[in-house]
Design a protein around this ligand. Structure first.
Ligand code: NAI
Ligand code: MG
Length: 337
């Protein structure tokens, strides 16, 4: 029986990469049914809310969403719908693999997974201005929230992930030397949890040095776990190791629901031109297939993507080619055999 999922095409290049992804899923014979829903600026314009109740109700029912990027205005304007969705469904683990798909990039055989804490840290949205004299915006303050519960479950998730996938090592990246309370708690809890997994190597590293080592020698890492904002930044860096944001998938996992999305945003600079690289969302859809026990279909799509990329005959602009989304999508479908 087909599994029903919620599909939120989103903003900017979202509808283009979503349509490409659904075409490939269809061609690969994925047993999925789609409940299409609105989200982001496109939803605000269409129905007056960036996160309509109908969208939330749909995810509550299906418990699985495939989501295109949603535009978040910087500074003023509504708060991130992505962050709201992660909070609403307590999608605490953001799993971001970075894997080499084709030769000729900066590195070969990269195979890393970053587990980003997704519900607390510096992205809890507790921010305000502090007035001084007659300037109401003389300063601003953001709060970083770290809980023992939130840290324990994300670190445990990282170790369980490592165990389930035969991985050897978990690195917690932190800044406990400066932020002794918040980041210090992360380090303390990580050490406690690590003691329950004697068969998996554990190390802790300062986040800034982690970024340097990630560029100099990414092979020293395996599974990484860290606070929300650190994970946001380092996962984009890791995407850069394997060809860029066009190749970086993500899964947001909670106990009640899971949401699969590209790491990249709505790319307003190229939206509507038919040139976006759909690989990131496509790989996210493969993670969704793994999640609903259709791993074989996901593996077939991954193999088709690899063969197209290795062949190098069809390449979108971000890969240095001249092909559009449609030509690339057709090539992947042909490669499915
Ligand atoms: P972005 O990821 O949208 O774009 C950064 C650069 O990468 C741009 O030059 C873009 O053209 C390129 N790029 C991104 N995805 C691509 C793809 N699939 N194919 C080819 N090129 C691609 O980041 P930016 O510009 O910082 O953010 C734009 C908007 O997206 C913002 O409103 C931001 O809040 C939102 N955003 C949403 C996310 C989500 O829904 N999960 C994640 C990140 C950003
Ligand atoms: Mg990001």
């Amino acid at each position: 029986m087909a599994t029903e999922i919620t599909v939120i095409p989103g903003d900017g290049i979202g509808p283009e990469v979503t349509s490409a992804t659904l075409q490939v899923l269809e061609a690969a014979g994925a047993e999925l049914e789609y409940d299409r829903q609105l989200g982001g600026v496109s939803a605000l314009e269409a129905v007056g809310s960036p996160l309509p109740d109908a969208t939330l109700d749909s995810v509550r029912r299906t418990r699985i969403a495939l989501k295109g990027p949603l535009t978040t205005p910087s500074g003023s304007g509504f708060r991130s719908v992505n962050v709201a969705l992660r909070k609403e469904f307590d999608l605490y683990a953001n799993v971001r693999p970075a894997r080499t798909l084709f030769d000729g990039g900066r590195y070969e055989d990269i195979d890393l997974v970053l587990i980003r804490e997704n519900t607390e840290g510096l992205y809890v949205g507790v921010e305000h201005f502090i007035g001084v004299g007659d300037d109401p915006r003389a300063a601003a303050e953001s709060v970083m929230i770290v809980t023992r519960h939130g840290t324990e479950r994300i670190v445990r998730y990282a170790f369980e992930f490592a165990k389930a996938h035969g991985r050897k090592k978990v690195t917690v990246a932190h800044k406990a030397n400066i932020l002794k309370y918040t980041q210090g708690l992360i380090l303390e809890v990580a050490r406690e949890v690590a003691a329950d997994y004697p068969d998996i190597e554990f190390e802790d590293r300062i986040i800034d040095a982690t970024a340097m080592w990630m560029v100099l020698d990414p092979y020293r890492f395996d599974v990484l776990v860290m606070e929300n904002m650190f994970g946001d930044i380092l996962s984009d860096l890791m995407a850069g190791l394997v060809g860029g944001l066009g190749f970086a998938p993500a899964a947001n996992i909670g106990l009640e629901a899971a949401m699969f999305e590209a790491v990249h945003g709505s790319a307003p600079d190229i939206a509507g031109q038919g040139v976006a690289n759909p690989t990131s969302l496509l790989l996210s859809a493969c993670m969704l297939l793994d999640h609903v026990d259709q791993r074989e279909t996901g593996d077939r799509i991954r193999a088709a993507i690899r063969s197209v990329l290795q062949g190098g005959v069809v390449a979108t602009r971000d890969m240095g080619g001249t092909d559009g989304t449609a030509a690339y999508t057709e090539a992947v479908i042909r490669a499915l055999g």
